[in-house]
Write a protein that binds this ligand. Structure first.
Ligand code: AP5
Length: 214
């Protein structure tokens, strides 16, 4: 397989699973991470992007697709994991042109109440996107990234009211992506696996690994 994808609500654990797969040679294509990096530049476009992120709103499709196209063309021939892309039908319709049609989609399923509670404990390393949790995945040393030693931060969009806005957008625009993948399933070989995202991180990863090894 050369492209796989994780689909699931905010906080379902897409980032945690992608990070584990990275060790076996996959490259993560996270549009959330690309957008946070673009926002950090603080140029005119970056400031606009930061406003979308802070409101939990979807960034315009063209801006997201431009970032994806640049990222993919900078690293030809790698095995991609799509994290957070596509999020709309318009983005999904461009997967073929971007050479990013996934061979397998992992769908992480978690109830909204658990998401709001779980995201309250998240910390990240802004530069790499590595994810931690106060209870479920604490760093080796409190408050710092395991690899770089950089201080961990809370994401600006992990406030309860913004989480609820992100969840609403997920249900309205991104969950319907499942229909898209079920529709295209007949057109080319595409595997779909549903995973219980309330399970322990390592158990979810064992399920993912078993599918990829089969
Ligand atoms: P993005 O960064 O993609 O955020 P998201 O989809 O909301 O997903 P999250 O990163 O919040 O959650 P996750 O599923 O990766 O969970 P994680 O592994 O961190 O997007 C951010 C914003 O960018 C969007 O709101 C939008 O504005 C914009 N955007 C992005 N892509 C876009 C696009 N394509 N088009 C338009 N706009 C776009 O886990 C969460 C926490 O739980 C962590 O602390 C983790 O340690 C813990 N955890 C994970 N799994 C488990 C488990 N099984 N048990 C216990 N704890 C767990």
């Amino acid at each position: 397989m050369s492209v796989i994808m994780f689909l699931g609500p905010p906080g379902a654990g897409k980032g945690e699973q992608c990070a584990r797969l990275e060790a076996s040679g996959w490259q993560i294509l996270s549009t959330g991470q690309l957008l946070r990096q673009a926002a950090a530049l603080q140029d005119a476009r970056g400031l606009q992007i930061r406003d979308y992120l802070n409101r939990g709103a979807l960034v315009p499709d063209e801006w997201v697709v431009d970032l994806v196209r640049d990222r993919v063309s900078a690293s030809p021939g790698v095995r991609w994991i799509l994290d957070g892309f596509p999020r709309t039908e318009a983005q999904a319709s461009l997967l073929g042109a971007l050479h990013l049609l996934p061979q397998h989609v992992f769908v992480l399923v978690a109830p909204d109440d658990l998401i709001v509670a779980r995201l309250g404990g998240r910390m990240i390393d802004l530069e790499s996107g590595r994810v931690y949790h106060d209870l479920y995945h604490p760093p080796k040393h409190a408050g710092v990234d395991d690899e770089s030693g950089r201080p961990l931060v809370r994401r600006d969009d992990d406030r309860p009211e913004v989480i609820r806005a992100r969840l609403a957008l997920y249900h309205a625009h991104t969950a319907p992506m499942l229909d898209f993948f079920e529709r295209v399933q007949g057109a080319y070989p595409l595997g779909l696996t549903y995973l219980d995202a309330t399970d322990r991180i390592e158990h979810v990863y064992a399920c993912v690994s078993a599918v990829l090894a089969s």
